[in-house]
Design a protein around this ligand. Structure first.
Ligand code: SAH
Length: 347
């Protein structure tokens, strides 16, 4: 059986042609799938015989809502989806003035090992497929009834660790016969996998690249982000400059503020020095307290912001949404996993 929704329009068209169908059938099926059709029987403009033929050759992914939490504070919705193989992933829908933004996962778990992050605690189970990434946007929209206008790849997983799939997902979600979400409305966040950054620079996509910096000095960064031992922050800054020179696009740097670790003035000064010649934007994120992590939220966010601004760096503090619903990455999935384990163990 073949995963039909992971196919591009061209692939779908030729797959249907091989079944003896005319070219326009590919587009019909593509449109149905990208509207959220959950079965072939919903595709009423296809003959019964063709629907049967499709059922024999292909499957359609349809994630199940395993849990759904709605914030009473700001309407943020968090979904825990159950995939075909029983694995679970998270998606968050945030309502901003500029439109509804969906934060999607790219992998089941993550192997990057950032010390403060809940998504990586149990490692990576597997990569998501293009259809499973698209489904998060599609079925969040279908289930919530809220139109999605922006996508951020900032959920569970490291997009650069599954880049071929991510690129295919971008092609699908951007397609005029599908959801038609423009690249300028999409952000991709990486912990700093340099070959991926260079590959994106070569492609020159109009998306926004976010880099999870979290420390401008090697020593601190290696302590909290193991990826820094493979791709040192000095080289990462160089890759960011290369990216800017090639694409002309401003990079957004994420910086989760950790008490006494990365919140010192000298670190703000170092960021400013390293970003010289590039219009960077630093997004300061109040650290979400993860029970398993020894790190605590910084109390110096405003001071750090001021220090960056004194060097002419644009720095914003991320507004925290969904504070009442485990909305930060990986927390709901972990909770569900723990409860499952407890349930399985005889007491
Ligand atoms: N793997 C990608 C995208 C997923 S994480 C990346 O690393 O960029 C999205 C952002 O949330 C990253 O900047 C990540 O470092 C940050 N993050 C993870 N856990 C956090 C926590 N407990 N508090 C604040 N930010 C966190």
């Amino acid at each position: 059986m073949i995963d039909l929704k992971s196919m591009t329009l061209e692939e779908m068209t030729s797959a249907l042609r091989e079944l003896g169908e005319p070219a326009f059938r590919g587009k019909q099926v593509f449109t149905w799938l990208h509207k959220g059709a959950a079965s072939f029987d919903e595709m009423t403009n296809l003959s019964k015989a063709l629907r049967e033929k499709l059922k024999k050759n292909f499957f359609i992914t349809v994630p199940k809502v395993a849990r759904k939490q709605v914030s009473q504070l700001d309407g943020t919705i968090k979904y825990l989806w159950e995939l075909r193989d029983g694995n679970c992933i998270e998606t968050v829908l945030m309502q901003y003035h500029h439109g509804n933004t969906v934060c999607i996962s790219s992998q089941v778990g993550c192997r990057m090992g950032c010390a403060f992050c809940a998504s990586t605690i149990a490692g990576r189970v597997r990569d998501l497929t293009p259809a499973e990434m698209l489904d998060q946007v599609l079925f969040t929209q279908v289930d919530s009834g809220l139109p999605v206008s922006n996508i951020v790849l900032m959920g569970i997983g490291e997009p650069m660790d599954n880049l071929n799939t991510v690129l295919r997902f971008l092609e699908l979600v951007n397609h005029p016969d599908g959801m038609n979400i423009g690249m300028r409305h999409i952000s991709l966040s990486t912990c700093g996998v340099i070959p991926g950054i260079d590959r994106l620079a070569d492609l020159g996509l109009q998306l926004t690249l976010s880099v999870s910096l979290h420390a401008p000095d090697s020593q601190t960064r290696s302590k909290i982000m193991p990826v820094n031992r493979a791709y040192d922050v000095e080289d990462l800054f160089e890759a960011c400059h290369r990216y800017f020179r090639k694409t002309g696009r401003r990079i957004s740097f994420e910086y989760s503020m950790i008490d006494g670790v990365n919140d010192q003035d000298w670190q703000a000064d170092l960021i400013a020095r390293k970003l010289k010649g590039m219009p960077g934007h630093v997004n300061l994120i109040p650290l979400n307290d993860v029970v398993e992590s020894p790190y605590k939220p910084s109390r110096r966010i405003a001071a750090f912001q001021k220090r960056l601004e004194s060097h002419g760096i644009t720095a914003t503090v991320r507004r925290s949404l969904g504070g009442d619903i485990d909305a930060s990455c990986g927390q709901l999935r972990r909770k569900a996993m723990e409860e499952q384990q407890k349930g399985e163990r005889p007491s």
